[in-house]
Design a protein around this ligand. Structure first.
Ligand SMILES: NC(=O)c1ccc[n+]([C@@H]2O[C@H](COP(=O)([O-])OP(=O)(O)OC[C@H]3O[C@@H](n4cnc5c(N)ncnc54)[C@H](O)[C@@H]3O)[C@@H](O)[C@H]2O)c1
Length: 334
């Protein structure tokens, strides 16, 4: 397949490029580098299966030749980034998604949208299944990201229903791993960098809010499964339910065009994560508390029954193992 990845120089886009090229596909990465970095993809430069175009996808997108799929990943993604770039975040979610879908329609390409667990907002349900409509403050500071992604989902479903574009939507839960930016303000990168530098680990609020962290290798494996799943195959054909579903799991009736949560359901408090990072880095850093940001979700945990059923996917990397690899990466780059 020839695949366009918008946001291809970002944390997830670059890992997806590696995985897809490793499977023999050709990747065109398009990125305006507002939060991405050329270092993430420099090892792919010169590979005949990889090309990079520096471009803002909110403008009309043109790609020469055939295109089989688009992975639409362009968007600021860390709270620090989207709070600093609220308009660019709304624009890429709305205009960028429209342009990417238009290109998919013109090329007859499949489009996979990178959505987020933030569409659930500060959820009143835990864990969050895809059927949950969420609890988002549309005019809050975080609303620029949450609503941009909710709009992107609505636009994607409209292109599927009205124009017949073959679409997929993945709702990504917090993901971590090598190539995160040291100062992007996300929980894992913050804690690891602070611990390695001997600075206090900053916890916002009392630290009893929960998060679930998925290692990047698990995430990109799940996304690739969702991208490559055939529209014409029924779920039953792909699924040996008995090996994946527990007794309490109910079979699901939706199609692969409906959103799929991908994340790790192991839920920890932010305080527990800080303590684990301190243990694994053998750091003597203290923990410091700061005021909780507005609309910060109190709980976050994916219900991954649909991914299990549709994709036969579940995470494999233990948090401790993923954190060790991430710590090793940050030791080298900071
Ligand atoms: N990492 C996570 O935990 C996570 C969780 C949920 C959703 N996501 C989604 O996954 C996608 C990738 O996230 P990431 O963690 O790799 O973030 P990232 O910031 O590393 O990557 C996003 C990339 O998009 C590029 N970009 C932004 N606006 C653009 C535009 N207008 N034109 C072209 N390129 C543009 C940036 O330069 C960057 O390279 C995002 O859509 C994000 O919302 C990520």
């Amino acid at each position: 397949m020839r695949i366009l990845i918008t946001g291809g120089a970002g944390f997830l886009g670059s890992h997806l490029s590696d995985l897809l090229i490793g499977k023999g596909h050709e990747v065109v990465a398009m990125d305006n580098l507002i939060t991405g970095r050329v270092e993430n993809i420099s090892h792919l430069m010169g590979n005949p299966k990889f090309s990079f175009i520096k471009y803002n996808i909110c403008d009309y997108i043109h790609i020469d030749g055939k295109l089989d799929a688009i992975l639409h990943f362009a968007s600021p993604a860390s709270p620090q980034d989207y709070l600093e770039m609220p308009i660019a975040t709304l624009k890429v979610g709305a205009l960028g998604t429209h342009k990417a879908l238009g290109l998919a329609k013109a090329k007859g390409a499949r489009l996979l949208l990178a959505s987020t667990s933030e569409v659930y907002g500060d959820p009143l349900l835990n864990p969050q299944p895809e059927s949950y409509w969420g609890n988002v403050n549309p005019i809050g500071a975080r609303g620029v990201y949450d609503e941009a992604k909710r709009f992107a989902e609505a636009m994607t479903m409209a292109y599927h229903r009205y124009h017949g574009v073959d679409t997929r939507i993945v709702r990504i839960f917090n993901t971590y791993g090598p190539r995160m930016r040291p100062h992007d303000g996300r929980v894992v990168s913050n804690f690891v960098v602070q611990a390695l530098q001997g600075k206090a680990l900053t916890i916002f609020g009392d630290g009893n809010q929960t998060r679930s962290f998925c290692y990047v290798d698990d995430l990109v494996r799940g996304i690739t499964e969702l991208l490559l799943i055939d529209s014409d195959k029924s779920v039953a054909e792909r699924t040996d339910r008995s090996s994946f579903l527990t007794k309490s799991d109910q079979p699901l009736k939706e199609t692969m065009h409906d959103p799929v949560n991908i994340g790790n359901p192991r839920e920890l408090t932010v305080k527990q994560i800080a303590e684990l990072v301190l243990k694994l880095t053998e750091s003597k850093s203290q923990i410091e508390h700061r005021p909780l940001p507005v609309d910060d979700p109190k709980v976050r945990r994916p219900d991954i029954r649909r991914a299990k059923e549709f994709l036969r996917w579940e995470p494999k990397v233990e948090l401790e193992d993923g954190l060790r690899k991430t710590i090793e990466y940050f030791r080298q780059v900071i």
